[in-house]
Design a protein around this ligand. Structure first.
Ligand SMILES: NC(=O)c1ccc[n+]([C@@H]2O[C@H](COP(=O)([O-])OP(=O)(O)OC[C@H]3O[C@@H](n4cnc5c(N)ncnc54)[C@H](OP(=O)(O)O)[C@@H]3O)[C@@H](O)[C@H]2O)c1
Length: 335
């Protein structure tokens, strides 16, 4: 059987180059008149790449920005202020590989009485090999999927995202997924959350799998929040295409020069590549809609495995069970 085009680092890079050159339809466009004056925006992984560029553009468009970062405090925030010319930029620490840190971040936001109008779950990793997090999960599973589940459900529970019609504008929740979510055929429920070892070769395949989980979660969250066509919070997901960022920072030293050259020559710069994120967050044309998946600026159906309602429900329940078990184990260790 032939391997999918983006299950290896080289395949993913070539596929990214090819796709960036292909002509695509566009869902629409924004002008600088599309402002988000007074709206509060949360962006995870805003210390670098796409997240930082998104934070800059939200601030430029009049948003109040909260950058949720593991590193770059306070330099990245200062840079976003300087580049955007806005003082409405704040930072808070979160390590998305550590469940306790995510809960501490959410509690901090609750105490500050944060009310987010726009939430962009952007942070992501592609490690060189499988690594265990503090709670024993594989790092990509933890950061690319589980952290987003915990962060968003907790912010919904504690009122920092108000999906009850009480906000003047409907909150928008946006997940940065990837076209690689199409690679795996289905979710492996038997082994959900079980640590799986891999080396660099298996890293991109694992990445695609965690992005399938993320997109399936986005679709299920949309179904749960927006029953009977009543939009309480718009939930969208997207692939930004190939972007010249630090995403391949752990690729082997031998291929780094090739990656840097290819990324520099063919991949989009973050301030251009974040267009689909800014569109889904700011466009007035999509008011009243939820569940949009964009690849670059083209609207497409997500993969069938992400859209499947039965599998989405099962994923939600299995993830809640995993989180419960992780909390019980932590309590037992503390006793
Ligand atoms: N670049 C591409 O071609 C491409 C294509 C499709 C999708 N994407 C997606 O786009 C998103 C942004 O990635 P990027 O390309 O901008 O890469 P990047 O420059 O490496 O940015 C990734 C961000 O995620 C943060 N992060 C990683 N692990 C974290 C953790 N444990 N806790 C908190 N933050 C953490 C990083 O923080 P630190 O600086 O502290 O590590 C960084 O701010 C990711 O979800 C990625 O999967 C990228």
């Amino acid at each position: 059987m032939s391997r999918p085009r983006h299950e290896s680092a080289a395949g993913a890079t070539l596929w990214g180059i090819f796709n960036g050159l292909k002509k695509k339809n566009s869902i629409g466009s924004l002008t600088w008149e599309d402002r988000i004056e007074g709206k509060t925006c949360l962006v995870t992984g805003a210390s670098s790449g796409l997240g930082k560029a998104t934070a800059v553009q939200f601030a430029e468009r009049g948003g109040r920005v909260m950058m949720a970062c593991r590193s770059g405090l306070p330099e990245a925030g200062e840079e976003v202020k300087r580049l955007s010319g806005s003082g409405s930029v704040d930072m808070a620490h979160v390590n998305l590989a550590d469940i306790n840190s995510i809960y501490a971040f959410c509690e901090g936001m609750r105490k500050r009485q944060a009310r987010f109008d726009i939430v962009v779950c952007n942070a992501g990793v592609v490690p060189a090999k499988a690594r265990k997090t503090k709670q024993g999960f594989e790092e990509q599973f933890a950061v690319n999927y589980l952290a987003n589940f915990i962060l968003v459900t907790e912010l919904l529970k504690n009122g920092c995202i108000q999906a009850d019609g009480s906000r003047r504008s409907v909150p928008r929740i946006i997940f940065i997924s990837s076209e690689t979510h199409r690679n795996p055929r289905e979710i492996d429920f038997e082994n959900l959350g079980v640590f799986r070892d891999y080396a660099m070769k298996g890293s991109v395949a694992e990445y695609g799998y965690t992005k399938l989980l993320l997109s399936a979660f986005a679709c299920e969250l949309d179904r749960r929040l927006n029953r009977n066509g009543q939009i309480q919070a718009a939930v969208h997901h997207l692939c930004p295409g190939a972007v010249n960022t630090n995403i391949a920072r752990e690729a082997p030293a031998l291929v780094q020069p090739f990656i840097k050259l290819a990324f520099g020559l063919f991949f989009k710069k973050p301030h251009k590549a974040c267009s689909p994120v800014i569109y889904l967050a700011c466009s007035r044309d999509i008011e009243g809609r939820s569940g949009i998946y964009l690849h670059l600026m083209e609207e497409k159906p997500a993969a069938p495995a992400a859209l499947d309602a039965e599998s989405g429900m099962r994923l939600w329940e299995a993830t809640e069970e995993l989180i419960r078990k992780a909390s019980d184990a932590a309590e037992q260790r503390a006793q």
